[in-house]
Write a protein that binds this ligand. Structure first.
Ligand code: CP
Length: 298
């Protein structure tokens, strides 16, 4: 089994991951953690694109369950000598890891790796494709805060066009019964999608998830200055006042403070951003448990 997309998971598997993540979240706050169910297994992290949260949380998740973690140092690897992704995947697979976690700038790269790896592959974010474990941790964070996902209204705002987070979240949150509203500047909406005005999307929403403006994937689409972007499309206190009473603020990170979100809101009492990060470890523990179950005979 691979975890390449939210579509890779059955409803039962999603429910199992979300339920188990809540247990790991509590367990991770305890001083003694001694569940070593992945003892003897090896997890390879191969991140061809930068990451802080996903890379480190997968490493912590695997180690907390007793696995060995090896991180491919991409910049110092034979990738830099021109080795293809497929040859790199075959090479890593020949070392008999038990899971490969792949982040790549090309959409579909984790699926290419999965075709030759010989072990379960997890998509840790591929180009403008998907980021399934981010969506799972976002859903688990909402579930922890509200006690449910079904019936919530979630506004996802910003650079929808380039966002794998938005794509995975829209799939998952809708499957779980939430209303998902996508909004952003017209030039940052997917081709053919109608652009909901950010103010309309936030109106009455239970959660406002702001997306990072992906400067590395933008060419000339963003003509506005950072301050103008915040004023026109970003999350300000005035905009958040339109949301439901008790609405929460979310962001997958990293944040461009003063661009898509006022920094004070990111740090404010309605922000779940650091809960999302903490939940990232718990969700990835649940995913590693699920994907290695058959190898462990569990
Ligand atoms: N949310 C997320 O994927 O963050 P990183 O790029 O730091 O992993």
């Amino acid at each position: 089994m691979h975890l390449l997309s939210i579509d890779s998971l059955s409803d039962d598997q999603i429910a199992t991951i979300l339920a188990e993540a809540q247990l790991w979240f509590d367990c991770n706050r305890q001083p003694s953690r001694n569940d070593r169910r992945l003892d003897g297994l090896t997890v390879v992290n191969a991140f061809f694109e930068n990451s802080t949260r996903t890379l480190v949380s997968f490493a912590i998740a695997a180690q907390r369950l007793g696995a060995q973690v090896v991180t491919l140092p991409v910049e110092a690897s034979s990738v830099k000598k021109g080795e293809t992704l497929e040859d790199t995947a075959r090479t890593l697979g020949a070392m008999q890891p038990d899971v490969m976690v792949i982040r790549h700038g090309s959409t579909g790269a984790p699926a290419e790796v999965a075709a030759v790896a010989g072990c379960p592959v997890i998509n840790a974010g591929d180009g403008t494709g998907e980021h399934p474990t981010q969506a799972l941790l976002d859903a688990a964070t909402l579930q922890r805060h509200f006690g449910r996902v079904a019936g919530l209204t979630v506004a996802i705002c910003g650079d929808i066009k380039h966002s794998r987070v938005a794509r995975s979240n829209a799939k998952l949150l809708r499957r779980l019964g939430a209303e998902v509203r996508l909004a952003g500047p017209p030039q940052l909406m997917p081709d053919g999608a109608s652009a909901l005005v950010v103010d309309e999307a936030i109106e009455g929403a239970d959660a406002v998830m702001m997306l990072r403006v992906q400067r590395e994937r933008l060419e000339d689409e963003l003509g506005d200055s950072p301050g103008e972007f915040l004023e026109l499309y970003g999350l300000t206190a005035e905009r958040l006042a339109r949301a439901a009473p008790g609405a929460v603020v979310m962001h997958p990170g990293p944040i461009n403070r003063g661009v898509e979100i006022d920094g004070a809101l990111a740090d404010g009492e309605r922000s779940l951003i650091l809960t999302q990060v903490e939940m990232g470890v718990a969700v990835r523990m649940a995913c590693l448990d699920l994907l290695t179950a058959s190898r462990r005979g569990a």
